[in-house]
Design a protein around this ligand. Sequence first.
Ligand code: PMP
Length: 444
Amino acid sequence: MTERPSYLFYQGRGRKPVLDQARGIYMWDTDGKRYIDGSSGAMVCNIGHGNENVLAAMRDQMERATFGYRLHFETEASERLAARTADLTPEGLDRVFFVSGGSEAVESAMKLARQHALATGQAQRWKVISRSPSYHGCTLGALAITSYAPLTAPFDPMMRAMPKVPAPRAYLDGLDPEDEATGLHYANMLEDRIIEEGPETVLAFFVEPVGGASTGALVPPRGYMERVREICDHYGVLMILDEVMTGAGRTGRFLASEHWGISPDIIVLSKGYAAGYVPLGAMVAHTRLVEPVLDEGGFQHGFTYAGNPLACAAGAAVLEEIERLGLVQNAATMGDALKSRLETLMDRYPIIGDVRGKGLLLAFEFMADRRSKAPLPAHLRAFDRFVQIAYDHGLIVYSRRTRGGVDGDHVLVCPPMIVSEAQLDEITDLLDRALAQFMDEIRP
Ligand code: PMP
């Protein structure tokens, strides 16, 4: 790799290869090395890189206008994207507020919920309950409802701590995720917490339908999401779904919430929504929530770049491509195919203790012992080391040291939704080689 001075930093000091080109599921660095984008960036580039129709739509918009401030102009692109988004989300969720990323979308949802409470005579409602573990973003509001100590602890004194309930992690608690009693067990913890906090003070419950970076693709147990919806309805608590990672088709439905047929009060989208072509996100809220806020003087919140013409033109083109190429269905089909390949690897590599996920939001987890579910020793830094080995083999995967909030390493394998069966074989082969090398390295 060419030596170069470092003016950049991002989280750590590590130097990364310089990206030169990206097409489809492949990326090349400036040394000509090819990588398979096995995690779609951070579960972002859902339609693959370099999609010609999206690029054409962006070029066309750039020729016409790249920026118009939201308080001055709507654009044809923002109107079209909002209408299509309302079409793709449950009935009643018809008001779309654009932002530039997931954290901004989460902040916007928290603030809309609060302003709705104020506008409807419920000023005492302000607590936003979320789950542990969870990841909702890195801005201070989103961090206050995030539960992952390494990210939150430094900022605790600067945030108002929000209540947390355990996220379901049936496999670690020795419960059967297919048994509805398991779903009720975890959902009822939410009810207990609402009662303990005082239902009249609780504003909203925030949930990732399928865990992303927080839990490594943990799918909720049967009955959980439906029961959560009932509990929220019963106590007048808004149910807000963070579909930043799960949305736009990744789990084999346009929204993950469709798997359970539930309709939340607010949905937040980003990542795959514009698939990495531009920074874009959206908060999609029920009309019933937005109207009183607009009647009471408006939504006191906004971002300069929100809904800019270029972002909306790209976002609209991405949604068209998802539909034209049948990518939601492909995520479901290829997701099943990839999951069974990961299960085959699990049969061969005893350090894989669990394979899970939905559609193309898939992960495996390393364990020292499958029966006791003991994690690999922390000093191995498996999450880091395995990613590096895979990288050396030309495969990018995404990994974290947390599993259901306790010690352990999971690896997300989430290629773009355009992936083919032959490309799944390529990915599996590279994983196989990386696993073999990792096993060799840690063998005592
Ligand atoms: N919510 C979830 C579920 C996420 O996965 C992420 C990003 N990993 C965010 C919110 C924050 O999004 P962003 O990084 O675009 O601010």
